[in-house]
Design a protein around this ligand. Structure first.
Ligand code: IFM
Length: 462
């Protein structure tokens, strides 16, 4: 740990963040909205996936989720209570363009239109993610992300959304975590659409990136004052021992997880070593001339989602290729993810040092714990508060090391539908009782609110 980092560790003071540093919270459409068949919305791949027995823990679905579709006013009131300056939401593509076609659904659009107006009226800046995984089912039926045509469908959807909301929304994120869409959706099959085909997964990753590049152009044409970025989930990958095989495993995982996305977006090329690793699964013709220029269109910011580190060792059994995610013997959240704030500063300084000087925003960071409602109705979650404190300190460390970090969105505003994990895993600053839809601010939410309030007071009295 450097001297600057040590200094950063001593205290967490709101005034150490610059006056214009943005504090926010994030959600995603399918995880909170519910109302899946209302207002002209048609099924997404997640509706289909959830309806398939055995895919989601406990058989949960996003059918109702947090019922946010009917409770936006109440949820905006919670945001005001938190004092956040910005709220990151995602649009459900099949709510706006049913079936993923060209026909705009006025009711779907009106829902987001009102939400944006209500947020602005509450003094909260909306940040919009265009794709947080709810692909219209017919587009998957036509081949999904492994097919090239989808990139134009996405660009056209982006143009529609930005055309309708871009007069009031200035911050646009094309994709959330394309690694998950490609490799969990088409590689391991843990996420929708649940396909297992390595070549499709790689093709999907390329088309997601190409769709991103086309959407950057589409959003800027429709809303010239827009600031556009992409959100990547970045993990430091470190070898857990000194064996060459563990170092090579770390190189490969870092390659596929981080560099496979960062390199094309910021350098206009795929990493040579990963191309060589993937050669056995890649069929010719997946990369067209000019694709990388589209993908590397200059951005206004990069969104970074950070949760944990991958500390890996290769299997000690010769001939096997298994990774052991051994971790660093740090405390783990209930979903098994190690709490490793140093990883956050490492990721941020790496991106700023090796890839780009544009502003970075943490567009997600959070943790899941066994939150329980006490006899007095309160929810005390000291672990989540400690997580926030440690990760905000890591933000200061990264800034001290030169990272151009401009904002932090906590994941998540509300407990919500945690994909394949269903509702068992809670990430919210606000507890949701899914039976009654009662919301309760957790003690971590109160802490975050106090911290943001002090930051704001510091600005006002400076
Ligand atoms: O809930 C997810 C979110 O949708 C994407 N990033 C990670 C979060 C926690 O798993």
């Amino acid at each position: 740990m450097s001297a600057t980092q040590q200094r950063g560790r001593l205290a967490l003071r709101p005034q150490d963040f610059p006056a214009d540093f943005l504090f926010g919270a994030a959600t995603a459409s399918y995880q909170i909205e519910g109302a899946v068949s209302e207002g002209g919305r048609t099924p997404s791949i997640w509706d289909t996936f959830c309806a398939t027995p055995g895919r989601i823990r406990g058989g949960d679905t996003g059918e109702v989720a947090c019922d946010h579709y009917h409770r936006t006013r109440e949820d905006i009131a919670l945001m005001r209570e938190l004092g956040i300056g910005a709220y990151r939401l995602s649009l459900a593509w099949p709510r706006i363009l049913p079936g993923g076609g060209d026909r705009v659904n006025p009711v779907g659009l009106a829902f987001y239109d009102r939400l944006v107006d209500d947020l602005l009226e509450a003094g909260i800046t909306p940040w919009i993610t265009l794709y947080h995984w709810d692909l219209p089912q017919p587009l998957e039926d036509a081949g999904g992300w492994p097919t090239r045509d989808i990139t134009d469908r996405f660009a056209s959807y982006a143009a529609t959304a930005a055309g309708a909301l871009g007069d009031r929304v200035h911050d646009w994120i094309t994709l959330n975590e394309p690694w998950c869409s490609a490799f969990l959706g088409y590689g391991s099959g843990i996420h929708a659409p649940g396909r297992v085909d390595p070549a499709d997964a790689v093709r999907a990753s390329h088309h997601l990136l190409l769709a991103h590049g086309k959407a950057v152009e589409a959003v800027r044409s429709a809303a010239p004052q827009a600031r556009v970025g992409i959100t990547l989930n970045l993990y430091p990958v470190t070898p857990a021992d000194d064996r060459d095989t563990s170092h090579d495993l770390a190189r490969r995982l870092d390659g596929l997880h981080n560099r496979w996305f960062l390199d094309p977006v910021f350098r206009g090329s795929y990493p040579e070593d990963v191309l060589a690793d993937l050669d056995p699964v890649l069929e010719r013709g997946w990369l067209h001339e000019g694709d990388l220029e589209v993908i590397s269109a200059p951005l206004d910011f990069l969104g970074v989602n950070y949760y944990t580190r991958h500390n890996v060792r290769s299997s000690p059994y010769p001939g096997t290729n298994l990774a052991d995610f051994s971790g660093r013997y740090l405390p783990r959240a209930v979903n098994g993810w190690e709490v490793d704030p140093d990883g956050l500063s490492e990721v941020l300084t790496r991106v700023s040092r090796d890839y780009t000087g544009i502003p970075l925003y943490i567009t997600e960071n959070g943790s899941a714990w066994e939150d329980e409602v006490g006899a007095d109705g309160s929810v005390d979650d000291p672990e989540r508060t400690a997580f926030l404190v440690d990760h905000l300190r890591a933000c200061l460390d990264a800034r001290a090391e030169g990272a151009n970090l401009a904002g932090y969105f906590a994941w998540s505003l509300l407990d919500n539908f945690e994909w394949a994990e269903g509702f068992a895993t809670r990430f919210g600053l606000v507890h949701v009782d899914y039976e009654t839809q009662r919301r309760t601010m957790k003690s971590s939410g109160r802490w975050y609110s106090g911290f943001i309030g002090e930051h704001r007071t510091g600005i006002l009295t400076a």
